[in-house]
Design a protein around this ligand. Structure first.
Ligand SMILES: C[S@@+](CC[C@H](N)C(=O)[O-])C[C@H]1O[C@@H](n2cnc3c(N)ncnc32)[C@H](O)[C@@H]1O
Length: 563
């Protein structure tokens, strides 16, 4: 770990201090091998002290972006909540959002066939505009934009599925594309395909905006910005935004993304012993009461919500909707979505100087972390293979094999059983879990296997549908568990095959297969490190699958009961 913060961090800190009153931090960025950069505490902090306070004005989302953006206002989603106050002058003074909303709704009268963008699309578009070669879109957020990662190619797996332009790039890409095909498990490949689909849908919407909307249309931005620019911008949003309710209309999971400077440098861990801070949401204080400064309302029992934020993911957010923030208790005018974030040290021991700040991005399996964020959590080497069993969210998705079994069912039988499984909340959740120990199949997987081995005309089906029973019969249980045994043996075989391929790759075929860098000298050490890091994670994920499958097989062979 290098000992001084990268320059872009110092510039970002100065900008936050100057432009965003209330900003406060005792954290510092460091270059860190394997994770690019990480945040550490510069001094020790006791429980209750502030590690980071980000005022809502410094969080990048549609509510703040609308202040200063070349993106036409009618493309911004309109907040559904306004402040209830009887004093109109106060309304303007205390609510930037209300003022912005009014401006936006005037603009919304401009006829346009384009629908408002969702939060991911808006942020992606904003970030992509920074790549305009003619620099026609300067923004107050540029200092923050300069601190974002410059490249996701080649290490992020989404880039392995998207061919770049240019002969040399294409040749390199073929190697990575092969890695995606041969080095990823079928379930991680499926998760990655889903990420690609989401990217392509958002990219198409943005391209449509660039083709149709001014000033982008006159600037020919749909062709000036490259596919790589949009991919880079989208990956920044997908790997760095957090989910916070913003009070915007539309499906919550599409309308809650915010980029938070500094907080977005925090790396992930699921290990409770390593997770340092708690994230707390605070109402932004009324400028009329605080003289424009954010007031730290910690300790206010009525209007402070506390919850853990998660980096955005395709699932619904884990944050609570801060509806209580709309009250104006104590004279503070609180607007849903207009909230500050405060990061606190652990309640028991605080934090030591130099300690890395980590938090959990969500309850994600290795496959999800890898497909979405380009890394997976690895147990410490000294823990050995058993370490995989201790990962809090250690999981294996067997959906790809269970789907094959459903294909063999008659159409009518499958539809009926799928309906029943949907009704009892067990459809499509075919997972094995490491925790709580011992390794076990999910209830949903057991139910799927039981129904796969049940006659479609069986009267037991309606009992299951109505929640009267989950167990069918000893014969059915035997058939379901032997099916599970067959599935697990296949998983071990597949994981072994992939591991062998990756080990051969490690042992040298990188040198011979790769067209543009035949020798060690031709390859930069940075590139080598990226390849080594990625291959190590892919091998780790094979080991995780094997360890989980083998442990469960041991339990089955010992005749343990899973019902
Ligand atoms: C929100 S950013 C965190 C800051 C990032 N390290 C940086 O340098 O800007 C998320 C990205 O950090 C990296 N990352 C986070 N946690 C990690 C971990 N435990 N191991 C490896 N990489 C990690 C991944 O590249 C991920 O996409």
């Amino acid at each position: 770990m290098s000992s001084s913060p990268p320059r872009e961090f110092t510039v970002l800190l100065n900008w936050l201090k100057e432009k965003h009153p209330g900003f406060e931090t005792s954290l510092e960025l460091r270059d860190a091998p394997g994770v690019e950069r990480c945040l550490v505490a510069t001094s020790s902090a006791k429980p209750g002290e502030t590690l980071l306070h980000i005022p809502s004005s410094a969080m990048l989302n549609p509510l703040t972006l609308i202040r200063d953006s070349p993106i036409p206002k009618h493309l911004f989603p309109q907040p559904t909540h306004r402040i209830a106050t009887t004093n109109p002058s106060k309304r303007i003074k205390t609510s930037l959002i209300a003022a912005d909303t009014a401006r936006a709704s005037t603009d919304a009268e401009v006829p346009s066939s384009t629908k408002p963008l969702d939060t991911t699309q808006l942020l992606t578009l904003h970030i992509a505009l920074t790549r305009d070669p003619l620099k026609r879109y300067p923004s107050e957020w540029d200092v923050y934009m300069n601190a974002l990662p410059r490249e996701f190619r080649p290490w992020h797996p989404l880039t392995w599925l998207i061919k770049p332009q240019g002969a040399k790039e294409e040749k390199d890409w073929e190697w990575w594309s092969k890695l995606a095909e041969k080095g990823l498990s079928p379930s991680t490949r499926a998760k990655l395909a889903d990420v690609k689909k989401r990217f392509q849908q958002d990219r198409d919407v943005i391209l449509d905006v660039l083709r149709k909307e001014e000033p982008f249309k006159s600037h020919s931005l749909a062709t000036t910005l490259t596919g790589e620019d949009l991919l880079w911008a989208w990956l920044n949003v997908n790997t760095r935004s957090i989910s916070i309710p913003l009070g915007l209309p539309g499906p919550t999971e599409r309308m809650n993304h915010t980029l938070v400077p500094i907080l977005d440098f925090i790396n992930h861990s699921s290990n409770p012993a390593l997770i340092t801070p708690r994230v707390q949401q605070l109402p932004t204080a009324s400028p009329s009461r605080s003289g424009g400064n954010t007031v730290n309302l910690n300790g206010s029992t009525t209007s402070t919500t506390s919850s853990s934020s998660s980096f955005s993911d395709p699932k619904p957010p884990t944050t609570r909707r801060p509806s209580s923030l709309s009250s104006s208790k104590n004279g503070y005018h609180l607007i849903p979505g207009k909230i500050d974030l405060r990061l606190l040290p652990p309640e028991e021991n605080g934090i030591e100087a130099g300690q890395e700040v980590l938090f959990a991005y969500g309850g994600h399996s290795s496959g999800t972390l890898f497909a979405e964020y380009g890394f997976c959590e690895m147990p410490d080497e000294e823990e050995g293979e058993e370490g995989w069993l201790r990962l809090k969210y250690g999981e294996m998705d067997l959906g790809w094999i269970v789907d094959e079994l459903w294909e063999k069912e008659s159409k009518v039988g499958k539809e009926e059983k799928e309906r029943v499984l949907e009704k009892i909340g067990c459809w499509g959740l075919n997972t094995i879990h490491a925790q709580p120990s011992p390794v076990h199949p999910s209830h949903a997987l057991l139910m799927s296997l039981r129904l796969l081995h049940l006659d479609s005309n069986s009267p037991k089906l309606s009992n299951i549908e109505n929640g009267f029973t989950t167990y069918i019969s000893p014969a059915n249980e035997l058939a379901a568990i032997s099916e599970l045994e067959k599935i697990l043996k296949r998983v071990v075989k597949e994981a072994d095959r992939r591991l062998g391929w990756l080990e051969r790759l490690d042992g040298g075929s990188w040198e011979t297969d790769r067209p543009t860098a035949q020798t060690e000298e031709e390859r930069t050490s940075q590139e080598r490190k990226q390849v080594d890091g990625v291959v190590r994670m892919l091998k780790g994920m094979c080991v995780e699958e094997k360890v989980l499958a083998e442990k469960l097989l041991e339990r089955i062979e010992a005749g343990e009961d899973f019902s």
